[in-house]
Write a protein that binds this ligand. Sequence first.
Ligand code: SF4
Length: 237
Amino acid sequence: MTRVSTARKSVKLDEERASRFRRRLHAWYRRNARDLPWRKTRDAYHVLVSELMLQQTQVSRVVTYYSDFLRRFPTLSDVARARPAAVMEAWSGLGYYARARNLHALAKQVTDDGRQSTPLPSAADDLRSLPGIGAYTAGAVSSFAYERRAALVDTNVARVLRRAFLPGTDPKTSAGQRRVWELAEALLPRTGRATWTHNQALMELGALVCTARVAHCGRCPVRTVCRSSKQQARSLS
Ligand code: SF4
């Protein structure tokens, strides 16, 4: 049993169950993952652009914007050298324009106003010190671009983890959110490469199967280890 603790709370994880969860989830992802352009790159800038665009925005809308934006600004230095208005124009229509402003500020900071092409940091803690990068985005860039063992929790991942392992945890409280992050860290596979698949798979399951509106437990790959599975609940009653 792995126990991840903080001063006030802890998450207990049954290793056997966790391992079955990972195996089933990863196998399902390999068969069912959507073909999305940002899943074919390990370029940290490209991953960052996709992650910023995907915040509060549907995947289908982001696909076109992502390609157009990278055609116009192929590198972080190109963003840094551009006028803020030009970056905003390329973002126009996606909404939440603070994301574009933060990307421009980040590009200027990281590349010394576009004079040097410095790679983005790979550690989640270092990424978090940059403008507009929170815990989720830091974990996403670290694991998706650099294949590092970094956890991430967005609304899809939080829902899947709560339903599967922590039913009854209140997502609105900071204690509940902290427990979900602890669980996400405890569930990470051993290698960075497997972490790439793991994080993508958790997000995909939350987007396609264990959705906010309905949990499709009948076709869920982790239903036999999920604490909220309707199938399990029926067979137990
Ligand atoms: S079994 Fe149902 S509740 Fe559990 S993770 Fe799958 S879809 Fe969500």
